[in-house]
Design a protein around this ligand. Structure first.
Ligand SMILES: Cc1cc2nc3c(=O)[nH]c(=O)nc-3n(C[C@H](O)[C@H](O)[C@H](O)COP(=O)(O)O)c2cc1C
Length: 140
């Protein structure tokens, strides 16, 4: 049975709603989903899990949230190559460019990003279904 860490930061709940939907997808496939706030995660916990979803909304100017999420992610990313990783998050002001930049950065660090999901504001039906789908993927 796959043990999946869903590590996220969310200011107003949109990315958190996505995290909950990904957890539903994991559980629907018989996996166990652990929802973990960004500030409670670090690379020493990686070996406890089989797969990972990292979630952060677009903040700053198409950037990751820099007080809690980014310090955690900067520390964890060098240990992610070879692991199953999905990225997700919500945006509102632009067109999702932050996720393109995040995926590029991850790939340049040698991370094989299995998939990514973005949601405009609170996840609508289509984005919700995508979240459940990637949850299933992570549990597989
Ligand atoms: C300080 C701040 C910076 C933001 N910067 C961007 C941005 O660069 N691009 C964008 O599309 N949305 C931006 N947004 C909008 C958020 O990404 C959007 O409201 C998102 O749904 C918040 O997700 P959350 O509820 O998980 O915090 C910003 C919001 C805040 C508060």
């Amino acid at each position: 049975m796959s043990k999946v860490a869903i590590v996220y930061w969310s200011g107003t709940g949109n990315t958190e709603a996505m995290a909950d939907l990904i957890a539903q997808g994991v559980r629907a496939k018989g996996g166990t989903a652990h929802l973990i706030h960004a500030s409670d995660f670090s690379s020493d916990k990686l070996d406890e899990f089989d797969a990972f979803a990292f979630g952060c909304p677009a903040m700053g100017d198409e950037e990751l949230e820099d007080t809690e999420f980014l310090p955690m992610y900067d520390e964890v990313e060098p240990h992610l190559p070879g692991r199953t990783v999905v990225l997700f998050g919500s945006y509102e002001w632009n067109d999702g460019e932050w996720m393109e930049l995040w995926e590029k950065r991850a790939e340049e660090a040698g991370v094989d990003v299995a998939d990514s999901v973005i949601a405009y504001d609170y996840p609508d039906d289509e984005a919700s279904a995508e979240c459940v789908r990637v949850g299933s993927l992570l549990a597989g």
